[in-house]
Design a protein around this ligand. Structure first.
Ligand code: ZN
Ligand code: FE
Length: 257
């Protein structure tokens, strides 16, 4: 779940919680975009100064709904040169989980629709190689608990013609070694990719390696809470998953599907 602090989400946490309760969801977590240093992607995230108010928002909504479990998380970018900053900010508060996401290749914010033109004429296999290589380094950094929207490089529907199992496999090995889970994220269904993140093939490989999963809708408005969770659970079961991971104070626990 996001909050208006990231400048591209609407609705206060209270509205997200009410939606979750109405949909019969057992618990939710907020994981807004982290502050980053030196103006990195500043248009799409809270500032360092706003960081405490994010924590306060979540603490306040927890107090408002004492019987409903609400987790405090963060979606933190992985980007070269910002690792120390991310380490410091993610250890500043008692987070339940930290989602690690790749949104940039070099200076290209590739998941921003305004920059989607830069996919044109590119060698997609090579872009996927760069993306999954960065995912492997994200995992090896040890900064994160969950890999966010694992194959978001497909967001606008660009997919290599050649198979790329090896690229996914190398990323998954690193995720496994780091003891991380995968964010099975239904927001991909709302994008031109029209597919959950990650793909069925990715999940099949993940299951072979023994990587766990969490369930997320990446809601940027209250109506998106729990979006298409039925489809996500069906997909997970069909590749052999029997449980999902639930995080508290950065420890995970398996919950049966
Ligand atoms: Zn966002
Ligand atoms: Fe993201």
């Amino acid at each position: 779940m996001h909050t208006p602090l990231c400048r591209h989400a609407v609705g206060e946490p209270e509205e997200y919680v009410r939606q979750a309760i109405a949909k019969g969801i057992d618990e939710i977590g907020f994981s807004d975009h982290n502050p980053m240093p030196d103006g990195y992607d500043a248009a799409f995230r809270m500032t360092v100064e706003e960081f405490p108010s994010y924590i306060e928002k979540v603490v306040r909504v927890r107090e408002q709904f004492p019987d409903f479990p609400i987790k405090l998380g963060l979606e933190a970018d992985f980007h070269d040169g910002t690792e120390d900053f991310v380490y410091n900010t993610t250890n500043e508060y008692d987070f339940d989980y930290i989602i690690g996401s790749v949104h940039y290749l070099g200076d290209w914010g590739f998941d921003n629709p305004e920059n989607a033109k830069r996919f044109e004429g590119r060698d997609l296999f090579e872009l996927y190689r760069q993306y999954f290589e960065k995912v492997a380094r994200l995992a090896a950094s040890g900064l994160y608990d969950i890999l966010g929207h694992p194959d978001v490089i497909k967001k606008f529907g660009h997919r290599p013609e050649r198979p790329y199992d090896d690229l996914m496999g190398q990323a998954l090995d690193a995720v496994h070694r780091a003891g991380m889970s995968l964010d099975v994220n239904t927001s991909g269904l709302r994008r031109p990719a029209k597919e959950i993140y990650p793909s069925r093939r990715f999940l099949e490989l993940a299951r072979e390696v023994g990587v766990g999963v969490t369930l997320g809708s990446d809601a940027h408005k209250p109506g998106e809470v729990g979006h298409e969770f039925g489809a996500a659970v069906e997909l997970l079961k069909s590749v052999g998953y029997r449980d999902v991971q639930r995080y508290t104070q950065r420890e995970r626990e398996a919950v049966s599907l």
